[in-house]
Design a binder for this molecule. Structure first.
Ligand code: IMP
Length: 439
């Protein structure tokens, strides 16, 4: 029963989508286990680029069953829209399975997300404003509404009534926003329920049976290790378990069924939203100047670092081995897919952070106190680059320029995990497979 978890090892946007597309053909099921439409994944269909936010990327492979697990939060309007968009492109959604236990993002969750960020002002988290946090908040508080509640109008109305009796006063009195009526939400959500009903199922049971039948399962993580609610840079995190362990709780598959964990690691680091980022090369608008700002701009430009979901310019910085080691540990990585190595062709020399310094202490491990991360000064090793050399045609490790090979083996030694896939360009085939095996 071979099964693999794909996780981001940094702050998301490491290029998980491309690696998922590349290896999906080896799997019978592709399962989202956390997050919601805060994720963004671009898929190429013929000449067109489509942005997926909620749909597992297995939807692009007609032989794989795409599954949305119980750990995901679902905005039904967005899901219906995405399904429609895919069907219009000739991509069938008929195999999609949606967990009845997944929680539903309600309109007031989106209101709370925006209003909370406004209230936090300069200290805002920089959320995607999709209602993700408030939905998980209700789930943990045992006040959430689940996909299965949409199946019975009577139950849905009852749950909504209870929810609104608490939400409306907060919306009105604390945030000065308009309240909701049960009728208004039913009018919007019940038609979605009718469309989604044929796809709703007991996904934990489905996956258990798949494993018993020796089917291959790919668990597709969204966001990344440092955005994990437990292991990330709290509170500048998302509200779900993005690490490999989340694949078990977010789907109902036991942890012993997982035998590979592939960490997606960008050859440099990016982050969107607020929070500490030791190797950040700040833009002028964020307080950077001179070489720092130039490096940040060069990484952003060469790597096209703009969010798929929000369009925001991502913050960019040099590779951070302290984070890499931490991610290897908390996810139990068996493999690393190193993405966007080609972007570093823009530089004469390349810096790698191997430790942090803070108040006279050196940290080569992830610091216990987040304040250290805010004030950490990176300790860099500067490596020779391969400026101007085009990596996009390389299909084997040996075809890479020597300095690029040395960079990869150096990162590998720093994290202690083999780099078995290397991305050298945006297209699926611009990839070096270096020992990756799905089984
Ligand atoms: P939320 O998930 O919308 O609540 O946002 C919380 C934090 O996670 C913010 O810093 C977001 O920018 C970040 N975030 C959420 N989803 C993604 C993603 O898919 N990629 C990168 N950052 C993300």
């Amino acid at each position: 029963m071979p099964s693999t978890v794909i996780v981001g090892t940094q702050w998301g946007d490491e290029g998980k989508g491309k690696v998922t597309d590349l290896i999906t053909k080896d799997y019978d099921y592709v399962v989202r286990f956390q997050g919601g439409n805060n994720a963004g994944h671009t898929v190429i269909v013929g000449e067109r680029k489509l942005a997926l936010h909620l749909m597992p990327s297995g939807i692009m492979d007609e032989n794989a069953v795409p599954v949305i697990g119980n750990g995901v939060v679902i905005d039904p309007g967005i899901l219906v829209e995405e399904m429609q968009m895919l069907e219009d492109e000739g991509i069938s959604c008929k195999n999609l399975k949606i967990s009845c236990d997944a929680h539903v993002i309600m309109p007031y969750h989106k209101d709370f997300d925006g209003a909370d960020e406004k209230r936090l002002g300069e200290n805002k988290i920089g959320t995607t404003n999709r209602g993700i946090g408030p939905c998980y908040q209700d789930k943990a508080a045992r006040k959430g509404i689940r996909i299965q509640d949409l199946l019975d109008e009577k139950i849905f109305r009852l749950k909504l009534e209870t929810a609104l009796s608490q939400k409306n006063p907060v919306l009105e009195k604390i945030y000065g926003l308009a309240p909701y009526t049960v009728d208004r939400i039913c009018e919007e959500y019940l038609p979605y329920a009718r469309i989604l009903k044929p796809y709703m199922t007991e996904t934990a049971q489905l996956l258990g049976e798949a494993l018993r039948n020796n089917k291959n399962i790919l668990f597709e993580g969204a966001q990344g290790t440092l955005l994990d609610i437990d292991h990330g840079t709290y509170p500048y995190v998302t509200s779900s378990s993005c690490c490999a362990g989340g694949a078990a709780t977010g789907t109902g598959v036991g942890p012993t069924a997982i035998n590979k964990v592939i960490g997606i690691q960008k050859a440099y680091v990016t982050r969107v939203g607020g929070g500490p980022f030791p190797t950040e090369q700040r833009y002028v608008e964020n307080g950077g100047a001179g070489e720092e700002a130039e490096t940040g701009e060069a990484l952003c430009k060469a790597g096209h670092e703009f969010g798929v979901t929000t369009g925001r310019k991502r913050r960019c910085g040099w590779f951070d081995a302290v984070i890499a080691r931490y991610a290897a540990e908390v996810n139990g990585l068996t493999d690393i897919a190193l993405t966007k190595l080609d972007v570093l062709s823009a530089f004469d020399t390349i810096k790698v952070c191997i430790a942090y310094e803070c108040q006279g202490k050196t940290y080569d491990y992830f610091p216990m106190q987040q304040s250290v991360l805010f004030h950490a000064k990176p300790v860099y090793v500067e490596l020779p680059g391969w400026k101007g050399l085009d990596l996009s045609e390389c299909r084997s490790f040996e075809e890479l320029p020597q300095n690029a090979q040395d960079y990869v083996t150096y990162l590998e030694a720093l994290s202690g995990v083999p780099v078995t896939i290397i991305g050298v360009g945006p297209d699926r085939d611009q990839t070096i497979v270096r020992g990756w095996k799905s089984k």
